[in-house]
Ligand binder design. Structure first.
Ligand code: SF4
Length: 81
């Protein structure tokens, strides 16, 4: 994911997703829960008796982030996670 990442040689950043209270862990991903999930609609094949037709299937996901991202919505409070 594109984003501003603090290079390691500049030292530890203190306002990154890792320290933000809005970050969450979903399986192997770190996601941002600052705003509601983003909805994507995928067309999937239907079963009988409507085989050959497509049906809309919505998915709602929080956007993935990496721990070193910084952004203007940072909010302190995740220390110790
Ligand atoms: S720093 Fe920004 S992108 Fe990262 S978890 Fe917090 S609100 Fe989300």
């Amino acid at each position: 994911m594109a984003g501003l990442v603090i290079p390691a040689h500049l030292g530890p950043a203190r306002r990154t997703c890792r320290q933000c209270r809005h970050h969450g862990v979903e399986g192997m991903d770190i996601v941002c829960r600052r705003f509601p999930p983003q909805v994507t609609v995928v067309l999937v094949p239907r079963g009988a008796p409507r085989a050959g037709q497509l049906a809309p299937q919505p998915f709602a996901t929080f956007p993935p982030v990496v721990p070193e991202h910084v952004c203007g919505e940072f909010s302190a409070g995740a220390a110790g996670r």
